[in-house]
Design a protein around this ligand. Structure first.
Ligand code: GLA
Length: 381
């Protein structure tokens, strides 16, 4: 009898343990799924990849423009909401001129007058921003269809996107083979790993252009969100937003974010640089940038408690406070995007580097591999 009871108890214990294990498995399950996201005007089908981590964070990525279409992060009560601006439909991204969520390339930010000289040869690029070349030209990497494949590992899920930018595209020399790997980890990180190789020397400066707004589903502007940038210097610009070449100290200016500061605290100060940018639209020179992955910036929303940390290997960070959003765009959740509705935080080399030889070089040569990693990590406090 006793033996029978013991056997039954043992059996019950086994069943409970097995159930627990199953629960644990479900909790840890990382998921990736794909769905159609419409067609290009020529009929090319576009895909939307949905990545989910074990905490329930969701990142949606499309192979049109390598765009992050949405990204959710928990607030201090554990509520996941979207912290990026953008659209619901492919057609809106095709029409878009604001670079929502995309990969920018071949060269992030501006090249003066769309010209540069490399190894004695002058190259002329497309000009699409007043007199200057911006974000890769008229049809940058944000406007092309990338090849994409889902990736699943033990601790992360991701999408590997590849694109061949042909010799002469938008005026750039060399066939550039690019790979961008987006990864979502169980530590609530979106990691972006960029790689490129070329068959002719060319400037390369890839970056990511998500419009972050930590309030959740775009419910408030970003003026009360606190920005920290680990930078004692920034690169002042002329009236067309081309760096003057100077590295200016941020101390005693509205550009000092060495301590977390509300974005709106000084954005309306009388300051010629803010006038040129219509707000913040400048590149910060990150301290101690030695090519290794470092925590270099953060954004914090005191209301929701959401905190985003940015780790990067890049020497610069462009902070654009959405100064060109004029209320004409209605985006996700039916929100009208007005000025200062976002913080675009683009890890990069400095604008106009091909013409500014005192800036870190952006030239990639045959035989070399361009390789850089940036992580956007989501926490609460
Ligand atoms: C970058 C530029 C801005 C603006 C946006 C896109 O951040 O620096 O001037 O062009 O992209 O609207």
């Amino acid at each position: 009898m006793k033996a029978k009871i013991l056997l039954i108890l043992f059996f019950i214990a086994m069943v409970v343990a097995a159930c627990g294990q199953k629960k644990e498995k479900t909790r840890n399950s990382l998921k990736i799924s794909t769905a159609p996201f419409g067609n290009m005007p020529d009929g090319t089908p576009i895909t939307l990849f949905t990545l989910v981590n074990s905490n329930g964070m969701i990142v949606k990525i499309t192979n049109y423009g390598a765009i992050v279409q949405s990204l959710t992060a928990p607030d201090k009560n554990g509520k996941f909401e979207d912290v990026t601006l953008g659209y619901d439909k492919l057609e809106d991204y095709i029409r878009d001129k604001s670079y929502f969520g995309c990969i920018v390339g071949r060269f992030g930010n501006r090249i003066a007058k769309g010209k540069f000289t490399l190894d004695g040869v002058e190259y002329t690029l497309a000009t699409n921003n007043g007199p200057n070349h911006l974000h890769g030209g008229i049809k940058g990497f944000n406007k092309v269809v990338w090849d994409a494949e889902p990736i699943k590992n033990r601790e992360s899920v991701g999408v590997k996107l590849t694109y061949l930018s042909k010799d002469g595209e938008e005026g750039y020399p060399g066939n550039l083979h690019c790979t961008v790997m987006y990864t979502l980890t169980n530590h609530n990180e979106m990691q972006i790993e960029y790689k490129a190789t070329t068959d002719k020397a060319t400037p390369v400066n890839l970056t990511h252009h998500s419009y972050f707004n930590l309030s959740g589903n775009g419910r408030r502007n970003i003026l009360d969100q606190q920005l920290w940038i680990n930078a004692d210097f920034y690169t002042p610009v002329d009236e067309t937003l081309i760096p003057t070449g100077e590295l200016a100290p941020v101390k005693d200016t509205p550009f000092d974010f060495t301590k977390p500061t509300a974005i709106g605290a000084r954005i309306h100060d009388k300051n010629q640089q803010l006038e040129y940018g219509h707000g913040y639209d400048h590149n910060w020179v990150l301290n101690d940038a030695d090519g290794s992955l470092k925590l270099q910036a953060s954004l914090y929303d005191p209301v929701s408690g959401r905190l985003m940390e940015i780790y990067t290997e890049e020497p610069g960070l462009q902070f654009y406070s959405g100064n060109f959003l004029d209320g004409s765009i209605i985006g996700k959740y039916g929100v009208r995007y007005t000025r200062n509705y976002c913080a675009v935080l683009e890890t990069q080399h400095f604008p106009d580097s091909p013409n500014q030889l005192n800036f870190p070089s952006t030239i990639l040569r045959p035989g070399e591999t361009y390789h850089t990693v940036t992580i956007y990590k989501f926490l609460t406090k």
